[in-house]
Design a protein around this ligand. Structure first.
Ligand SMILES: [Zn+2]
Length: 222
């Protein structure tokens, strides 16, 4: 980690739009985005022993254990600081981590407390409504919020409902969220900005942008 680097944590229930806002912020600001979900899915695809354990946990709608995720994130945070691209960035954007107060405490130790938090707030009914409609391309992994015409991706791949978007699984993820992750809002206290996630993506992006400017995150050079 460099001295001037800030970790920005995105919080919010599944379906609150964390992925969308992360994409928008990465386009506008010199930040690097770590999605824990894709880090974990990578591990699953590589079919490592760790990956197998992760896939069983995810399929059951559970949370991957603290030490597993801490290790994955810790090595990514350190590696990013060494790469060329890190010199161009002034923040790391974490999405899907930390998910528990224990993980948050560990992260604070690793980065010396330099953590700012954006929380997208969304009701359970709205989460179920949104995720019920969500489809993902089986080939390229692109996510669609509404069913695309003909149920086909722009790449030609078929759109499917991801296993962790099925209603029973979503309810389990919501329970996990309110039990394990929601307490993070209290943990972070005044380091956490809460945004109404039910607004349009433009409105959410506008508020997030104000926060990034306030936190002195460099704009991306064009
Ligand atoms: Zn596709």
């Amino acid at each position: 980690m460099r001295e001037d680097e800030l970790i920005i944590v995105l919080l919010g229930p599944p379906g609150a739009g964390k992925g969308t806002i992360a994409e928008q912020m990465v386009r506008a600001f010199a930040v690097e985005h770590f999605s824990t979900g894709s880090l974990l899915r990578n591990e699953v695809e590589k079919k490592t022993a760790l990956g197998l354990k992760i896939s069983q946990t995810l399929a059951a709608g559970g949370l991957v254990e603290d030490d597993v995720v801490n290790e994955l994130i810790g090595s990514r945070v350190c590696r990013a600081a060494e790469t060329d691209c890190a010199r161009e960035t002034s923040a790391l954007l974490l999405d899907g981590y930390p998910r528990t107060v224990l993980q948050a405490k560990w992260l604070d130790v690793v980065v010396d407390g330099k953590v700012a938090v954006l929380c997208l707030d969304l009701s359970e009914e709205e989460v179920l409504r949104r995720l019920g409609k969500r489809r993902v391309c089986e080939i390229c992994g692109k996510i669609y919020g509404q069913q695309a015409s003909g149920n086909v991706c722009t790449c030609g791949g078929p759109l499917i409902r991801r296993k962790d978007d099925e209603e029973g699984t979503i309810r389990k993820r919501l329970e996990e969220y309110s039990r394990s992750t929601a307490p993070l809002i209290d943990y972070y206290e005044d380091r956490c900005v809460i945004i109404d996630g039910s607004g349009t993506s433009e409105k959410v992006a506008e508020i997030a942008t104000e926060c990034f400017v306030k936190w002195n995150i460099k704009e991306r050079r064009r």
